[in-house]
Design a protein around this ligand. Structure first.
Ligand SMILES: Cc1cc2nc3c(=O)[nH]c(=O)nc-3n(C[C@H](O)[C@H](O)[C@H](O)COP(=O)(O)O)c2cc1C
Length: 306
């Protein structure tokens, strides 16, 4: 069976599979087979998040309105990170905020921890009123934020982008110009669920973010065009539930593949997806996942809009 070993931003990982931020509590469930653990987004100050209910099922996924509930930077550094460091996998820390200064403080302090191998800047959370996504929908703000955070740490800085923008290429290019070492695509799409009994919004936060199989074509589109525009290493995610989904993301231009919503249905999904990917590589006579990366792009491809 071919090896699934993969290089990403100077890291050597046993497989291309990671979790999507906020979808796996590794301190409760263990790492469930991911090759690197991505933390829930942490913000400078603690946040209780949105009122319940926070999750609604949809025919092909879920809408969530967690609202970046997290213990805040100090407690994350004192309590969570030392325990996460003992899990035995590299840690990618996801950081959110309401101003470049807030992000920069978190990046400097978290990036100094030896277990943290990369930092993901969440500029794409749709479940909070401002901050995050209002930065990630504006190319100038995205470039300036990445530039500022890049100066604060020696570890790779990744920008996690929203698909809810007019031109993903413009935001991806801005992140690249700001010095991003890689991109993470996609965060959830803006969505809303209506309670059929009351005909009122079902989620406590009003609107939410859609994830799961329903978003896969949108995610593949974002990965494809962000790769064509920047050539940066990409963590692709959105609806991945098995090995064939993963090969589609690799072909679109991703190097790593994130799994989020599928973990709620099947905690064994990462191990199964890895096995399925290895089988598919063998069938194709490929020597590793890297053989598939950007296979969907013609050799001279720049950006060709679907
Ligand atoms: C319950 C839930 C919580 C999430 N929390 C975060 C978060 O804190 N930070 C973040 O960047 N993305 C968050 N996401 C987005 C996921 O990391 C991922 O980008 C998205 O769900 C698409 O992947 P999927 O379809 O495999 O779930 C969350 C998603 C879900 C479903």
């Amino acid at each position: 069976m071919p090896s699934l070993e993969t290089s990403f931003c100077g890291l050597r990982l046993p497989t291309p599979f990671v979790n999507g931020s906020g979808t796996l509590d590794a301190l409760v469930s263990g790492t469930l087979g991911v090759s690197a653990f991505v933390t829930k987004t942490v913000t400078l100050n603690p946040r209780e998040g949105n009122p319940p209910p926070r999750i609604a099922e949809t025919p092909a996924g879920m809408v969530n309105s967690i609202g970046l509930a997290n213990p805040g930077l100090d407690r994350f550094l004192e309590d969570d990170l030392p325990r996460l460091a003992e899990l035995g996998v590299p840690i990618v820390a996801s950081v959110g905020g309401w101003s470049p200064g807030e992000y920069a403080t978190a990046v400097a302090r978290i990036g100094a921890h030896p277990a943290v191998v990369a930092i993901e800047l969440n500029v794409s959370c749709p479940n909070v009123e401002s901050g995050c996504i209002s930065i990630g929908t504006d190319p100038r703000e995205t470039r300036a934020l990445v530039e500022r955070c890049r100066r604060e740490t020696d570890v790779p800085v990744l920008a996690k982008l929203s698909p809810s923008v007019t031109e993903i290429e413009a935001i991806a290019t801005a992140a690249a110009e700001g010095g991003a070492d890689g991109l993470v695509l996609i965060n959830t799409l803006r969505g809303i669920a209506i309670d059929r009994a009351t005909l009122r919004p079902l989620l406590g936060g009003g609107g939410g973010g859609l994830s799961g199989p329903a978003v896969k074509p949108v995610a593949l589109h974002a990965v494809f065009h962000a790769y064509a525009a920047t050539g940066l290493p990409i963590v692709g995610m959105g609806g991945v539930a098995g090995g064939s989904d993963a090969s589609e993301f690799l072909a679109a231009g991703a190097t790593l593949v994130g799994i989020g919503t599928a973990l709620f249905r099947d905690p064994a999904v990462v191990a199964r997806a890895a096995l399925e990917l290895a089988e598919e590589l063998e069938r194709r006579g490929a020597s590793g996942p890297e053989d598939l990366v950007a296979a969907a792009h013609p050799p001279t491809s720049t950006s060709s809009r679907a």
